[in-house]
Ligand binder design. Structure first.
Ligand code: PMP
Length: 397
């Protein structure tokens, strides 16, 4: 019998040119463990997922309790399921008006898809504006929003009527017109290597959308749940979107996503045609139970309040002549280095030392740091020490 690594390459569909190939035996808190018991400090939280760390006891307990009650019962939106309803109510309570209607899906890209359909149905328009170097998912609707086109060219034709503008460009907002159904924007652009919005940009964007009757869709799938220093990143910029996209960190390690709008906007999915958006598994009871425990635990803790001081510590420690720039939005940082090769060498060195980092889809010269919010000061110091050592090693060799 071939070993697990050989079988991984043989039977698991491969999309990465250089998979990290780390075999995971178990995970707990800040750490992943390989079969030899070697611990790896997780500095990327499964790409923005495990905000409370891996297998938080309350999340595990809630999922286990739900496993003993019921699993799937019926397709979305028919039965009254307590974990779903309680989660939607808690979310609505912590969102500003009028965001009180939650449609649960299974992933980030599905949240994008649902929101795009909702905007088209609500406005009767089909044009959608998105920002260059944003990432909203890989299914065909969400992939239509992707730019640069090298990622999507092989799959064309995708959706018609997509217009791309530069992020943080105020004069580009004139391209949002009475033809526009929606503008889809990441509150902080993640995969471009952490680009927070410029002063006043999101307010101008909000204003332009309202002027022309286009819906503003904010993608907080990666920013979501505290990472930027507030429960939702948009709270820091004085605006409210028409539709909010969530996933990743929401489930505490279980797969779940959502698009959230007002009841008035969301109601148009229930007529002309009825069942305007259907999902079998969206809002799965076990995922909702885990997501409810995640949100409750986060809200009862002071983890979000600690984000800014932990960010500051990273920024103080990550200083080296070979670091071109560090950009950040809370516990979400991009360390820009000289080249892709340097980033790869640093990632590999860190991995050997027991530290998991990564790069960004649209910025391969930057090292990704997005740890669970539970990271301690001592762990930040250790991780930054390893990264600086990795950079030193690379310079010497
Ligand atoms: N939007 C953003 C901002 C993301 O970062 C991602 C995932 N990297 C997605 C959407 C898509 O999420 P998923 O992989 O769950 O489909």
């Amino acid at each position: 019998m071939a070993n697990l690594r050989q079988l991984f390459l043989q039977n698991i569909a491969q999309t990465s040119v250089a998979p990290l190939m780390l075999q995971i035996e178990r995970a707990e808190g800040m750490y992943l463990y390989d079969p030899d018991g070697k611990a790896y400090l997780d500095l990327i939280a499964g790409i923005g997922v495990s905000g409370l760390g891996h297998r938080h006891p309350r999340v595990v307990e809630a999922a286990k309790a739900q496993l003993d009650q019921y699993l799937h019962t019926l397709v979305y939106g028919e039965f009254v399921l307590a974990p779903q309803v309680r989660l939607a109510e808690l979310l609505a309570r912590h969102l500003p008006d009028p965001l009180d209607s939650v449609y649960f899906v299974n992933s980030g890209t599905e949240a994008t898809e649902g929101a795009m359909k909702l905007a088209k149905r609500h406005t009767g328009r089909f044009e959608i504006v998105a920002c260059k170097k944003a990432y909203h998912g890989s299914t065909q609707g969400a992939a239509s929003l992707m730019w640069p086109k090298d990622f999507t060219q092989a799959f064309h034709p995708l959706l018609p009527g997509i217009r791309h503008i530069e992020y943080n460009c105020e004069w580009c907002l004139q391209q949002i017109t009475e033809q526009t159904a929606a503008v889809v924007v990441e509150t902080v652009q993640g995969e471009w290597g952490i680009r927070p919005p410029a002063e006043g940009y999101l307010k101008k964007l909000r204003q332009r959308c309202s002027e022309v009757g286009a819906l503003l869709i904010l993608d907080e799938i990666q920013a979501g749940y505290g990472r930027t220093g507030s429960l939702f990143a948009f709270e820091q910029y004085g605006i409210v979107p028409d539709i909010l996209l969530l996933a990743k960190g929401m489930g505490g390690g279980m797969p779940i996503g959502a698009f959230v709008a007002s009841r008035e906007v969301m109601s148009c999915l229930s007529f002309d045609p009825p069942l305007g958006h259907i999902t079998t598994f969206g809002g799965h009871p076990v995922c909702c139970a885990a997501a409810l425990a995640t949100l409750e635990t986060l809200l009862e803790s002071d983890l979000i309040q600690q984000v800014k001081s932990k960010e500051k510590l990273f920024l103080e420690l990550l200083r080296h002549p070979a670091i071109v720039e560090v950009r950040s939005a809370g516990l979400w940082l991009a360390v820009e280095l000289e080249s892709f090769d340097v980033v790869q060498a640093v990632i590999q060195y860190c991995l050997r030392q027991g530290l998991i980092t990564d790069w960004f889809l649209f910025n391969d010269r930057s090292l990704r740091i997005a740890p669970p919010l539970i990271i301690t000061e001592a762990q930040i110091r250790w991780a930054c020490g390893v990264i600086l050592e990795a950079i030193e090693q690379r310079i010497r060799n």
